[in-house]
Design a protein around this ligand. Structure first.
Ligand SMILES: C[S@@+](CC[C@H](N)C(=O)[O-])C[C@H]1O[C@@H](n2cnc3c(N)ncnc32)[C@H](O)[C@@H]1O
Length: 190
């Protein structure tokens, strides 16, 4: 949506790194396991932002495609990938109504929630492919101003993934703190 592009462009313009340059903590912690689990090296980063997770995966040998609606985010991500000496295929797309149309061994979806995209992300995984969804959850303690639709409800992520054919290898909900989060590490049936 055009309003999302404008909003995120403003955020990415206003700060050097909106979400920092380090990869998401869960990705950092689990990278060796992910490398072992992923059946191949084609990876898709959904809503890749300023590219921190795409670049990290590329540094670990993945051939990464990053999709995002923010042209400022994409430009920063491309610049940072170049500085890091890795190649990432960043593409400017609106994920609302988007058709992925390719298959991947690993799909990561950090800090972005578009519920109707989840079945398509699943469909875009090869058999045995790995899917990580890690994003903000609603909680009594939440302090940041978020649109309710963009927040997971407690228990929701596991409920969604239980409907998909495969195995939840890890899940957790961290309700306390300023950034309540739910995450799932899932393997599609082989
Ligand atoms: C909180 S940031 C997360 C960025 C990245 N996943 C990370 O963790 O560093 C949310 C991202 O979603 C992107 N986004 C929001 N709406 C979108 C849409 N409709 N299509 C594609 N990207 C979108 C924004 O541009 C922004 O980069």
């Amino acid at each position: 949506m055009e309003t999302d592009r404008i909003k995120w462009n403003q955020r990415f313009e206003s700060e050097d790194s909106f979400l920092g340059r380090r990869p998401s903590p869960f990705l950092l912690r689990e990278i060796e396991r992910i490398k072992t689990l992923a059946p191949g090296r084609r990876a898709l980063d959904i809503a890749s932002g300023e590219g921190r997770n795409s670049i990290f995966l590329a540094q670990h040998g993945f051939e990464v495609t990053g999709l995002d609606i923010s042209d400022i985010g994409i430009a920063k991500a491309q610049q940072r990938a170049q500085e890091a000496g890795v190649a990432v295929d960043f593409r400017l797309v609106d994920l609302e109504g988007y058709q992925i149309g390719e298959t991947f061994d690993l799909i990561i979806n950090f800090n972005f929630l578009l519920r109707e995209l989840i079945p398509q992300e699943y469909a875009a995984l090869v058999p045995g492919g790995i899917f990580i969804l890690d994003t903000i959850m609603s909680s009594a303690e939440i302090v940041v101003d978020h649109t309710p639709d963009y927040l997971l409800q407690p228990g929701e992520l596991v409920r969604i993934f239980k409907t998909l054919e495969g195995e939840i290898l890890f899940s957790e909900e961290v309700a306390e703190g300023q950034m309540p989060t739910a995450r799932v590490l899932f393997r599609k049936a082989g």
